[in-house]
Design a binder for this molecule. Structure first.
Ligand code: FE2
Length: 230
């Protein structure tokens, strides 16, 4: 009998059209989208597409990873529906085709009860799969309407978000619409809020050293009160 926690290699990427088309959507975004004149974003986009191309050229294993759900997934159909009507329709449609094979996670050991109802992410490519890659993580994060994702940063990892559906803000700096790309460099503190009517679905990419991608050690930044009490 197979251990339930051990992912099984089900196929190679070239024999898994739904995963292949989803990764091609990521490739197109990071290859043909604009860097908006920012050298930092241009460099990040190149690192993502170089690592993705190298991974796809190896025809990696696609692991069957369980299909775990989380409460926020009640908002996923609406998020996909909105995504399919906007600038990111290709990505939203490709994501819909693998929706039953996604594993939704929290990533944090400590998470407030409120956030556990309103947030989860799934990886589509990375060290844990489903599509295996040690040098890059690609995934999606889903927020319920009216969510605050508390302040955090990522050590040694540069992260970009591309909006698929919904309106959201980072650090109260702007409102981002589908198609927008936001870069958070290693150590950049960021806090996300989402609009009050619709869910928000973001695609993301993480570049970093292989040991860090294998063990990102996600932590929310302590609040001032928690720091005082520590
Ligand atoms: Fe982040």
């Amino acid at each position: 009998m197979t251990d339930m926690n051990t992912p099984m290699a089900t196929a190679r990427l070239m024999d898994s059209p739904n995963w292949l088309y989803l990764l091609r959507e990521f490739d197109a975004l990071y290859r043909y989208g604009s860097a908006g004149g920012s050298p930092a974003i241009r460099g990040h986009r190149k690192r993502v597409r170089d690592r993705l191309s190298a991974a796809m050229a190896k025809n990696p294993d696609v692991l069957q990873t369980g299909g775990d759900s989380k409460p926020v997934i009640a908002h996923f159909p609406r998020a996909l529906d909105l995504g399919e009507r906007g600038a990111m329709q290709g990505m939203a449609r490709a994501l819909r085709e693998v929706r039953d094979e996604l594993t939704w996670e929290y990533g944090y050991e400590k998470l407030s009860k409120a956030l556990a109802q309103k947030y989860a992410y799934c990886e589509v490519l990375g060290p844990k799969g489903p599509v295996q890659c040690d040098t890059l993580i690609l995934g999606f994060v889903l927020f319920a309407p009216n969510t605050t994702y508390p302040q955090h940063s990522h050590l040694d990892i540069e992260e970009s978000y591309i909006s698929v559906a919904g309106a959201w803000s980072e650090n109260n700096a702007a409102v981002f619409a589908p198609g927008s790309l936001i870069l958070n460099r290693s150590g950049d503190e960021h806090r996300i809020t989402t609009g009050d009517r619709d869910p928000c679905l973001l695609a993301y990419a993480w570049c970093g050293p292989e040991d860090r991608l294998a063990s990102p050690n996600m932590k929310l930044t302590a609040t001032r009160r928690a720091r005082r009490n520590a």
